[in-house]
Design a protein around this ligand. Structure first.
Ligand code: HEC
Length: 169
């Protein structure tokens, strides 16, 4: 009896903390990610596929980097640069949709990401290990910066971080 009572209590606590988390996340989501959430399902699906491809690219760079396989990094960076959503062959309508629904800073961050993968490609072409490392880490930062602003519904850890920052001020 005692045990089941504490299980019920535990469950209640879990449920209330879960729903609290959900509420605060929804709140944040509406505020920050309205542009993303108003994309058509086709476009959003495309965006998520591109993100998975980017993640795959980032992970494949490590073994190439630590073994000095510059040709492979060049190839991956080039693919990342070309494959990114705003560079893809979207229909004219979809391009318009993207530009209408996403704020200017999303476009800016996309362009910066694009620039960085170009620089990574360039550094690999020149076989400059230090520069490859530098641009790889800048790329990682650019993932985080955009997610912090536009993908806290996917990566809620950044929501907590943001509100923590606010509390400090
Ligand atoms: C210009 C903005 C931007 C940049 C740069 C960016 N992302 Fe994303 N990412 C997003 C958004 C927005 C979502 C959420 C998409 C959604 O919910 O439909 C996302 C979601 C993801 C996801 C989850 C996809 C899924 O299945 O839901 C992964 C993985 C990911 N990003 C990886 C990366 C990696 C790795 C990088 C850097 C190399 C990166 N992203 C750079 C905007 C960005």
């Amino acid at each position: 009896m005692k045990l089941s009572a504490s299980i019920i209590l535990f469950t209640l606590v879990m449920i209330s903390s879960l729903s609290y988390g959900e509420n605060s996340q929804n709140h944040e989501t509406k505020k920050v990610n309205s542009g993303i959430e108003s994309l058509s399902p086709e476009l959003r699906d495309l965006l998520q596929k591109e993100m998975a491809a980017l993640q795959h690219g980032m992970m494949s760079i490590i073994p190439a980097y630590i073994s000095g396989n510059w040709g492979e990094i060049e190839h991956i960076a080039h693919k990342m640069e070309r494959s990114y959503i705003l560079k893809k062959n979207l229909t004219e309508e979809q391009v318009k949709e993207l530009h209408d629904s996403l704020p200017e800073s999303f476009i800016k961050q996309d362009q910066y990401f694009h620039y960085l993968s170009g620089m990574l490609n360039h550094a690999a072409k020149n076989k400059k290990a230090e520069l490859v490392g530098f641009y790889f880490s800048k790329l990682g930062e650019s993932c985080v910066n955009c997610h912090r602003q536009f993908a806290t519904h996917k990566f809620p850890a950044f929501t907590a971080e943001t509100s923590q920052l606010k509390h400090e001020h």
